[in-house]
Write a protein that binds this ligand. Sequence first.
Ligand SMILES: Cc1cc2nc3c(=O)[nH]c(=O)nc-3n(C[C@H](O)[C@H](O)[C@H](O)COP(=O)(O)OP(=O)(O)OC[C@H]3O[C@@H](n4cnc5c(N)ncnc54)[C@H](O)[C@@H]3O)c2cc1C
Length: 456
Amino acid sequence: MKSKKLSALVWLRDDFRLMDNPALSAALRAHGNSVLLYLSLPEEISTNSGKLSAAGLGIFMDILRERNIPFAVDKGDLDDLNHLVSEYGITHIYWNRRYAPELRTRDEQIKKYFREKGIQPESFPGNLLAEPWEYKTKERKFYRDFTPYYKNFISAYSPPETSNPEKFISGFSPEDFFIHPGSLEKYQKMKNQLPPGVFSLAGEESGKRALENFIRTSLADYPLQRDFPARKGTSGISAYLARGFLGIHYVWNKILAAETPENSEGVHAFLRQLVWRDFSWHVYYHFPKLDKNPYQKMYENFPWSKNQGHWKAWESGDTGYTFVDAGMRQLLSTGFIHNRPRMIAASFLTKHLRIAWTLGMETFARLLYDHDVAINAFSWQWVAGCGMDAAPYFRIFNPVTQAKKFDPQGEYASSFIPDNGDLFGGRGNIHEPIIRLDEEREKTLSIYYLLRKGEH
Ligand SMILES: Cc1cc2nc3c(=O)[nH]c(=O)nc-3n(C[C@H](O)[C@H](O)[C@H](O)COP(=O)(O)OP(=O)(O)OC[C@H]3O[C@@H](n4cnc5c(N)ncnc54)[C@H](O)[C@@H]3O)c2cc1C
């Protein structure tokens, strides 16, 4: 049987959502129901974030079926694309941009290839508030510090309307619907490898519910509550954003539309965090080695420890320091860590155990559902003091005082450490701490001192 002819293909990679999906809306607007959605299987499903992407893909396929939107699922390589283009007579290809260096290069090559073949590829802004090259200093350089970036951004930024494909989607009828042969089997094969439970987290609709719930219950108190990990003080939307189940403009516009005189402070504190997310990508775009090399060159000579016992204790949440251990156990058991213990666990690894930030970053990359390559790398460099943003190298978080301040009743700790003896750290008779904080702090500071003098 001959395949139906279609004019456009929308290539979805990390953006399995209907709302706030610029490439999808543009294709539907221009080509009506003559479009095929092509969904890329995640390249990697051994990590938690890969598993979540795969689950989101499954949920998205169900939505497309319900809405009668034709689709294909495959690896997302040039051979597959070529095959679909010739099979369906495609003349236009649409996608949303990705900004990681190697993906950018690949997309550019694919664009050039199709252009030369007389097919029109068109790319649209990816899931950031602004393109990473959009904001520059007066000297036309990229920003290294967040505060001036933020000031410039907030004075100039005007968010686009959230693109909503609803009216175009309603044009599809059951006759339009088909699944490209082989797609379901490919997907089914991958789905069989996923642990049960990933599905409950995934998808656009659960992301929207999480955001609405946050706006209703916690937005007004966000500045006061966001640092206390035992409280429901933050939005919990990072995984939806990182996996592309929620669009950033959808989130920005929803938050802004919910502003009242009572919650205004919360609204602006929250939007500021969304700008931090963009800033990490701004930095990554201009310093593409962010996830490999320290921005400050002198840190290349830092004498990182190779102590396997310390490394294992940190990774398994067994250092004897409650806040660090609760954070790592939260990560191991749920694939998430609240931002405060995330900072403390990272600081403890790099500044008390003096183990390389790249190792911690890789563990987070494997386990976090919300893993985002730019934010993760930027944050690890920031905590380790080797990044470009002005985090003072001599600031070394004390995990015991941090626990006293941000988990004063030990509720967070005891939900992940059932045998927690001493509330705050150095779990006394139960677990001897693996190091002494004051001693290691001094050692680290003296290494910094020598590094800065160029003697290491
Ligand atoms: C060492 C380290 C590694 C990190 N790795 C990641 C990562 O891989 N992916 C990730 O999404 N976040 C990362 N973060 C930032 C932060 O911890 C999470 O975004 C936050 O805990 C997510 O919870 P939430 O959605 O409830 O946050 P909320 O407080 O509700 O914030 C709303 C959104 O703003 C963004 N955001 C919040 N804090 C930051 C921040 N410090 N930097 C950049 N964007 C931010 C996130 O998209 C978040 O969903 C990391 C932080 C540290 C210290």
